[in-house]
Design a protein around this ligand. Structure first.
Ligand SMILES: C[C@@H](CC(=O)O)C(=O)C(=O)O
Ligand SMILES: [Zn+2]
Length: 335
């Protein structure tokens, strides 16, 4: 009951977490400031890229026509949260890890049927499936994708030294679903197609305020802090967090830089939301070299911390020895 009570959303249809935020700039892609922000790995909402213009007609009926019997990955959750976990890492948790969501594969038409009949109190649904040859059987859909504004996307990729495009993740979420705060190690052009999503972003240097799970944990890259019930005793620095907020509507594209934390909500204006992201691998500037500029940026320090943790897990072989060894290095010497 408590969770549902807290589910009450105040205007504009979104929960207030008591986190002070500033607005992420909303600019035309023609504005020179837009490219400057992207070049400096700062988030920006672009209002007129037409990146996925040909997908603006994608609604549940059209997608059902064109994805019909394709198998798609659907997550089910008893709460509004869809906290990602890597099922391959659960064995290191001496089985006291309980997955917060179920992951099932169902035909797209089955998913749409359940999506349409979904009501508050049912298990929530979140379809997340990469666009690839496995599901792209309709020429109409392939043509839609071919007519994305690839020229602009490729120009961003090239002029900002991003690595290759790895994924276009198609996401269809029941209203009110939340993807809790986490970071990804890829640059992201996040295109909103139907409905509205609220993003709260935090820079990489807020690592110490968001307390990510250990790198070996199934929830690696996810914040340990439950924004609905923050444990300020365990995570005191969360108290000082400040966010960067944006509301994305149909046609908007958010540039979400590599290693920037993001909390994402599907708002209640529509029964479901449709989004498509473009994930690009990090470019060469993530590796330190003679041409690296100092002092290092937050995202570079984050990469170093992750590598140190991974190296220790591999060297010690017992994840329970990592903490004591780090404390031995730190205590009375670096603190
Ligand atoms: C799945 C998505 C968040 C959302 O839209 O729920 C995300 O984290 C990303 O695109 O990096
Ligand atoms: Zn993400």
């Amino acid at each position: 009951m408590e969770d549902t009570k807290r589910m009450f959303w105040n205007e504009p249809n979104s929960k207030s977490y008591g986190i002070p935020t500033v607005s992420i700039p909303r600019l035309s892609y023609k504005d020179p400031l837009a490219d400057k922000l992207i070049a400096n790995m700062k988030p920006v909402v672009l209002t007129d890229t037409n990146l996925v213009g040909s997908a603006m007609k994608w609604d549940s009926h059209y997608l059902q026509e064109n994805l019909g019997d394709s198998p798609c990955t659907v997550y089910l959750s008893k709460t509004h949260k869809f906290k990602y976990f890597d099922a391959n890492q659960t064995k290191k948790c001496d089985n006291d890890f309980s997955p917060p969501t179920e992951q099932i594969v169902m035909r797209f038409q089955e998913f749409v049927k359940r999506l349409k009949s979904w009501k508050e109190g049912d298990k929530r649904l979140y379809m997340q499936e990469p666009l690839n040859e496995k599901i792209l059987k309709s020429l109409q859909l392939v043509n839609d994708i071919l007519t994305f504004n690839w020229g602009w996307a490729r120009m961003q990729q090239k002029q900002n030294n991003w690595g290759p495009l790895t994924t276009n993740l198609l996401m269809i979420s029941t209203q009110g679903n939340v993807t809790p705060a986490h970071f990804d190690n890829q640059h992201n052009l996040f295109a909103q197609i139907y409905g509205y999503k609220r993003f709260i972003l935090f820079p990489p240097e807020d690592y110490d305020k968001l307390y990510p799970h250990p790198v070996w944990h199934p929830h690696d890259r996810q914040s340990q802090v439950d924004f609905d019930y923050p444990d300020y005793t365990k995570f005191p620095k969360f108290h000082d967090i400040k966010g960067h907020e944006a509301l994305l509507g149909p046609g908007d594209v958010l540039y979400l830089p590599l290693y920037w934390w993001h909390h994402v909500e599907s708002l209640l204006q529509t029964h479901f939301t449709i989004s498509l992201n473009f994930w690009y691998k990090a470019g060469p500037n993530l590796c330190l070299s003679d041409s690296t500029l100092y002092p290092l940026e937050g995202y570079q320090k984050m990469a170093i911390m992750r590598n140190v943790e991974k190296m220790l897990v591999e060297a010690l072989r017992d994840v329970n020895e990592v903490g004591p060894l780090l404390r031995t290095i730190l205590e009375g010497r670096y603190n």
